[in-house]
Ligand binder design. Structure first.
Ligand SMILES: *[C@@H]1O[C@H](CO)[C@@H](O)[C@H](O)[C@H]1NC(C)=O
Ligand SMILES: *[C@@H]1O[C@H](CO)[C@@H](O)[C@H](O)[C@H]1NC(C)=O
Ligand SMILES: *[C@H]1O[C@H](CO)[C@@H](O)[C@H](O)[C@H]1NC(C)=O
Ligand SMILES: CC(=O)N[C@H]1CO[C@H](CO)[C@@H](O)[C@@H]1O
Ligand SMILES: CC(=O)N[C@H]1CO[C@H](CO)[C@@H](O)[C@@H]1O
Length: 931
C-alpha cells in the first residue's frame, strides 16, 4: 500500500468524520444537509476506488474504472438502484482481484474500508444529534426524520447502509454469500441463499426427517414454506422460481400471452434465446444469415417485446439455450423453469431446472406462484469411476435402459455417491439434459468441486464461494435421506452404449450393437454422424472428438460418413476455433454448423438421401422420435456419446467397436484407436466470441412491440370463451388415437415451427402425425357430419364452423416429448373441450388445464376400448367438479346403447378456476380485475 493512498484514505475519512458546524447547520435546510452527506459519501468511495485502481493496474483497473465511472454517472441521473448494483459488481471484481493482491494489501484495504464505513455512520449520527439539540433553530428532529425517511425512499440512504453493511464491515466471503448477483447480466437480482436457507429450516422443522437434495432446492423455493402441504407424489407445490428461460420458438407464444396479461414488466429475471429457428443447410455463417433473413419478423418481435417487458435477449448465433444457461445463469440451488424439455441440463450445475410450457413461464413472469405436483425422488447412486471410452452420456443411456421412457415420470432423478466426482460439470449437464428422455421432471447433481471449476472457468468465482458456504446444508442431500427408488451403477464396469433406433430407451452396449443391427436389419452403413446440440457440445466433447479425428488423420484416414458439428454456443464456437479444434474437424471432413439446435430438432435440410430411404445416422443428441432429425421416418437414428459418433463416422459402420476393432490406415497397416482425450475446460479460458446479448433497457415502457397485423407468423391472442356453466354433452369424437402420441404427433415441429406465434396458422398441423385407431392411418379421419374422410385440422375446422364441440381420445403417456404448449392451444382453438386418455405426460396435462381444456383419464384403462368413432360423449356433473373427485361420462353409441364410465382428473382448486374462466390467462385477468 503506497503512502499516498494511505493519506488519501485517511484524509477522506477525516474530512467526513469531522463534525458539521453548528451555525451553518441551522441555516441550511435539512434536505440539503442529508444530500450533501450522501454525495459526500459517494465522493469518498470514489476516491477510495480511484486509489485502489491505481494500485492494481492492468485489466482489472480498467474494469473497475469503467464500472465506477458508470456508477458515478448514474448517481447523478438518480438511477440509484442500478448504481448500487454497478457498485456491487465492482466489489465482486475486486474480490476476484484479491487473489492477485498481496495478503498485506488485502488486510489493509479491508481495515480501511471498515474505518471509512464507520466514519460515515458517525457522521450521520452526529448530524442527527446536532439537529435534535438545536430545536430552537430552523428545523426540528421530526422534520429531520421525515427528510431522512424520504431520503431512504429515494434509496440513497439504503445505498449507503447497504454499502456499509455488505462491503465494509464484513469479510469478502460473507459479502459474497450475502450479495452476489445471480449472473453478470442481472443487475438487481442476487443469489437467494440466505432466503432459501431460512425457508428450508422452516420446512425441515415441519417435516422432521432427512431431506434429499431435490427436496431441499424445491421446498426452499416454496411460496409458503410454513403452510404448504408436502407429500411426495401427491400434493401440489406452489413455488417461486428464481428465473425463466425461453427459446425463440416457445418464447413467441409465451410473450404473446404475457403481453395479453397487461402487466408492465416481468417479475423475475428472464431471457429469450434464439436457437431453434436456424436450419442447418450449408454451414455456420451462411445458415445463420439465412435464418436472420427468414425469421426477421420473429426476431424483431421477440427483441422488442423483450426490451419492453424487461427480458434479456440472446440474438441468433449466440448458441443453444441450455448451453448458455449453463455458461451464464445456472448455479447450485437455482430453481428455474424453461420453456423447453431439455431445460434440466442446468442440473449439471446443481440447479433444479424444469421444462414447462409457455403458459407456466407466463405465470412466473407475472409473479404468480408456479405450481408443480410434488415430485417423487429417484436416487441414482454412482460408484466406481468413468474411464476410457465410457462417457457421462453412457450413464444416462444406461439409466434410460433401466427406467424406460416412462420410468422417470413424476420424479426428480437425483445422483449421488462417490462416482459423482469423476464426472465433469458438463458431463453432469448431459446426464440431466437427457433425463427428459425418461420423462423425469428434472435431474440434479450435488454441488461439488467439478462444478466449482466450471463456475470459475466461466467467470463466476464469487458464486462458487457463496455456494461453498451452503454446500453441506442446502446443496447436498442429508445422509439417510429416503428415495422412492434407488438405482446403483458401477461406473468402472459401465460399457459405452448406443441407444436406438426408434426409441431412446433401447440401450445397446457397443459390444452387442453389430450383432443387434444384423439381427434386426438396421442398415449397417452410417450415412451421417452428428455431434453437438444442447446435450453434448461442451469444450470437453469437442476436444475428445478432435482427439479421435487427429489419430485417424495421422494414419491417413478421414471420416467415411458425412460429419456435422453443432457448437452449443458462440463461446464454444469461438473457443474451439481459437484452439484449432474446428480446423481438425474440417480437415477430417466435417462441417461446422451454426450455434443452434439445427438437426437435433428437425431443422435440417438434408440432401444426401431421399425421403423414405432406409438409412442410419448416429448423433450425440438426446431424442429420436420418428423423423425428428431429418423428417424421414425411415431414418434409423441412434443416440450415443460424441466420441462414439466420431468413431462410427470414421469407420462408416454401425458394427465397429472402437474398443476392440482395428482400422486399416492409408499405409495398409492396422491400428487400434486410443481412448479419446480432451481438456475438461480450455486451458486458455473461454473466448466469448461475438457479443450476442441485448440487455433490456431500465425503462422499456416506450418501446413499441413489432407485430404486423398481416403477419403469417405472429398473431396477437384472442381469449378463449368462458365455461357456460353447463355439462359438456354430446361431444363428437374427433379422433381416437392409437399408440404413441407425443406432442410431435399432436403439433408437428420442423416446417411448422415458423408458425409458432400464429395460433390459427399452426393449427393446420393439429394431430397430423397421430395414428387414427379406426383405419391405422395418419391425418385421415371421418367427418361425422358429411361422412367424408378428411385431414384432422380440416375436419376440426368444419366442426368448429358448425358449432360442434369435440373430444380427442388417446392412449398411454399422451403428450410426452417436447413441452409444446401448441399441442394444448390448438385443440382448444379448433373447438376441442376435453382430451380423454389412458395416461398423460405431466407437462402436457398441465398445459391442457391452462388452456381451459379438461384432461381426463379412464378410471379403468380398458374403457378406452369402449369408444367408437361415431360415439357421442357427455361429461357430466361439472358443476361439482372438485379435486380428487372422478367425473361421470356417458358414451352414446350409434346403436343407441349407452355405456357409463368414470373418468379421473388431477385438477386442483386453482386449476378448476382456470377451467371455469376458460383459461389460466382469463383467470389471471379476473384476478387482476379483483374478481
Ligand atoms: C381413478 O381414481 C380412483 C380413485 O379416485 C382410483 O382408485 C383409480 O385407481 C384411478 N384410476 C386410475 C386408472 O388411475
Ligand atoms: C375394467 O373394465 C374391464 C372391462 O370392462 C373389466 O373386466 C374389469 O373388471 C374392470 N376393472 C376394474 C378394476 O374395474
Ligand atoms: C425414434 O424413436 C421413436 C420412438 O420413440 C420411433 O418411433 C422413431 O421411429 C425413431 N425415429 C428414428 C428416426 O429413428
Ligand atoms: C453439455 C455437454 O456437452 N456435456 C457432455 C456431453 O457428453 C460428454 C461425453 O459423454 C461429456 O464429457 C460432456 O461434458
Ligand atoms: C400457411 C397458412 O396457414 N397461412 C395462413 C396464415 O394466416 C393467414 C391470415 O390469417 C392466411 O392468409 C394464410 O393463408
Amino acid at each position: 500500500m503506497s503512502k499516498a493512498l494511505f493519506i488519501v484514505l485517511i484524509g477522506c475519512a477525516v474530512a467526513f468524520a469531522s463534525p458539521v458546524k453548528r451555525d451553518a447547520l441551522a441555516e441550511r435546510s435539512i434536505a440539503e444537509e442529508v444530500t450533501k452527506i450522501g454525495s459526500g459519501f459517494k465522493e469518498l468511495i470514489k476516491e477510495i476506488f480511484a486509489a485502489i485502481v491505481g494500485q492494481i493496474g492492468g485489466a482489472i483497473a480498467d474494469n473497475l474504472q469503467g464500472a465506477f465511472h458508470k456508477f458515478g454517472e448514474r448517481l447523478h441521473t438518480k438511477e440509484y438502484k442500478e448504481a448500487v448494483q454497478e457498485f456491487f459488481e465492482t466489489m465482486q471484481k475486486l474480490e476476484e482481484a484479491e487473489d492477485k493482491l498481496e495478503q498485506e494489501t488485502q488486510e489493509y484495504l479491508e481495515k480501511e474500508a471498515d474505518k471509512v464505513g464507520e466514519a460515515f455512520f458517525d457522521l450521520v449520527e452526529q448530524a442527527y444529534e446536532k439537529i435534535k439539540n438545536n430545536e430552537e433553530g430552523t428545523v426540528n428532529a421530526e422534520e429531520f426524520k421525515k427528510v431522512v425517511d424520504e431520503f431512504k425512499q429515494k434509496k440513497v440512504a439504503g445505498l449507503a447502509a447497504e454499502v456499509q453493511q455488505r462491503c465494509f464491515s464484513t469479510s469478502p466471503l460473507t459479502f459474497a454469500a450475502a450479495k452476489v448477483a445471480m449472473s453478470k447480466f442481472d443487475s438487481t437480482a442476487y443469489l437467494p441463499y440466505d432466503k432459501l436457507d431460512e425457508n428450508i429450516k422452516i420446512v425441515k422443522k415441519r417435516l422432521d426427517r432427512p431431506l434429499t437434495l431435490s427436496e431441499k432446492i424445491l421446498y426452499s423455493h416454496l411460496d409458503e414454506p410454513q403452510k404448504q402441504d408436502i407429500v411426495r407424489g401427491t400434493s401440489y407445490l406452489r413455488l417461486r422460481p428464481d428465473r425463466v428461460a425461453m427459446q425463440d420458438a416457445t418464447a413467441q407464444m409465451a410473450m404473446l400471452q404475457f403481453i395479453s396479461s397487461g402487466l408492465p414488466r416481468v417479475a423475475v429475471p428472464s431471457t429469450i434465446h434464439c436457437d431453434h429457428l436456424i436450419e442447418a443447410q450449408l454451414g455456420g455463417d451462411k445458415d445463420l444469415k439465412r435464418a436472420k433473413d427468414i425469421n426477421k419478423e420473429v426476431y424483431s418481435f421477440l427483441k422488442t417485446a423483450g426490451a419492453k417487458y424487461g427480458v434479456g435477449f440472446w440474438n441468433p448465433g449466440s448458441g443453444i439455450i441450455h448451453q448458455i444457461i449453463l455458461e451464464n445463469y445456472a448455479f447450485p440451488g437455482l430453481l428455474m423453469i424453461g420453456t423447453d424439455s431439455h431445460t434440466p441440463n442446468g442440473g449439471g450445475l446443481g440447479g433444479l431446472c424444469i421444462g414447462v410450457g409457455g403458459a407456466d413461464a407466463v405465470d412466473v413472469m407475472a409473479n404468480i406462484p408456479w405450481e408443480l405436483k410434488c415430485p417423487k425422488v429417484i436416487g441414482v447412486k454412482l460408484t466406481g469411476e468413468l474411464k476410457g471410452w465410457t462417457s457421462p452420456k453412457d450413464i444416462i443411456l444406461k439409466v434410460a435402459g433401466i427406467l424406460t421412457v416412462k420410468g422417470g415420470t413424476g420424479a426428480i432423478v437425483e445422483y449421488f455417491g462417490p462416482g459423482v466426482d469423476s464426472i465433469s460439470c458438463t458431463g453432469m449437464a448431459t446426464i440431466c439434459n437427457m433425463g427428459a428422455e425418461i420423462g423425469a421432471t428434472t435431474s440434479v447433481f450435488p454441488y461439488n468441486d467439478r462444478m466449482k471449476d466450471y463456475l470459475k472457468a466461466t467467470q463466476r468465482a464469487s458464486i462458487a464461494s457463496a455456494a461453498d458456504q451452503f454446500k453441506g446444508s442446502l446443496l447436498t442431500a442429508d445422509s439417510n435421506a429416503k428415495y422412492d427408488q434407488v438405482i446403483e451403477l458401477d461406473l468402472s464396469t459401465l460399457e459405452p452404449h448406443v441407444n436406438g433406433p426408434f426409441t431412446p430407451d433401447l440401450a445397446n452396449p457397443i459390444s452387442k450393437l453389430g450383432a443387434e443391427a444384423k439381427k434386426n436389419g438396421w442398415p449397417n452403413e452410417v450415412k451421417v454422424g452428428l455431434i453437438g446440440s444442447c446435450t453434448n457440445s461442451s469444450y470437453e466433447d469437442m476436444g475428445r472428438c478432435a482427439s479421435i479425428a487427429k489419430q485417424a488423420m495421422k494414419h491417413g484416414l478421414k471420416a467415411k460418413a458425412a460429419f456435422n458439428i453443432t457448437p452449443g454456443s458462440e463461446q464454444i464456437r469461438a473457443t474451439i476455433e481459437r484452439d484449432g479444434i474446428s480446423k481438425v474437424f474440417s480437415e477430417f471432413g466435417g462441417t461446422v454448423l451454426a450455434n443452434a439446435c439445427g438437426p437435433c430438432i428437425g431443422q435440417w435440410d438434408r440432401q444426401d438421401i431421399k425421403k423414405g430411404d432406409k438409412n442410419t445416422i448416429v448423433t450425440s443428441y438426446n431424442r429420436n422420435f420418428t423423423g425428428r432429425n431429418d423428417a424421414n421416418p425411415s431414418t434409423h437414428a441412434f443416440v450415443t456419446s460424441p466420441e462414439l459418433v466420431t468413431a462410427l463416422t470414421l469407420a462408416g459402420r454401425l458394427d465397429f467397436n472402437p474398443l476392440t476393432d482395428k482400422l486399416k490406415g492409408a499405409d495398409g497397416k492396422e491400428f487400434l484407436l486410443d481412448s479419446p482425450y480432451g481438456d475438461e475446460l480450455p486451458s486458455k479460458g473461454f473466448d466469448p466470441g461475438m457479443d450476442t446479448y441485448d440487455a433490456p433497457p431500465a425503462d422499456g415502457s416506450k418501446v413499441r412491440v413489432d407485430v404486423d397485423p398481416k403477419s403469417q407468423r405472429l398473431q396477437l391472442l384472442e381469449p378463449f370463451d368462458k365455461w357456460d356453466g353447463k355439462d359438456l354433452t354430446d361431444l363428437t369424437v374427433l379422433i381416437k388415437v392409437k399408440g404413441k402420441c407425443t406432442t410431435d404427433h399432436i403439433s408437428a415441429a420442423g416446417p411448422w415451427l415458423k408458425y409458432r406465434g400464429h395460433l390459427d396458422n399452426i393449427s393446420n398441423n393439429m394431430f397430423i402425425g397421430a395414428t387414427n385407431s379406426e383405419n391405422g392411418e395418419m391425418n385421415k379421419i371421418k367427418n361425422q357430419l358429411t361422412g367424408e374422410w378428411g385431414g384432422v385440422p380440416d375436419v376440426a375446422r368444419h366442426y368448429k364452423k358448425n358449432g360442434i364441440r369435440w373430444v380427442a381420445i388417446g392412449d398411454d403417456n399422451y403428450g410426452e416429448g417436447s413441452s409444446r404448449e401448441h399441442a394444448a392451444l390448438e385443440p382448444r382453438h379448433l373447438g376441442g373441450r376435453a382430451i380423454i386418455v389412458k395416461s398423460f405426460a405431466r407437462i402436457h396435462e398441465t398445459n391442457l388445464k391452462k388452456q381451459g381444456m379438461l384432461p381426463l383419464t379412464f378410471a379403468n384403462a380398458s374403457d378406452y376400448d369402449k369408444i367408437q368413432p361415431t360415439d357421442k360423449i357427455s361429461i357430466l356433473g361439472l358443476k361439482d367438479l372438485a379435486p380428487g373427485k372422478p367425473v361421470k361420462c356417458e358414451i352414446k353409441h350409434k346403436d343407441g346403447k349407452v355405456d357409463t364410465i368414470t373418468l379421473n382428473h388431477t385438477l386442483n382448486e386453482q386449476q378448476i378456476e382456470w377451467f371455469r374462466a376458460g383459461s389460466a390467462l382469463n383467470r389471471m385477468k379476473e384476478i387482476a380485475a379483483g374478481k
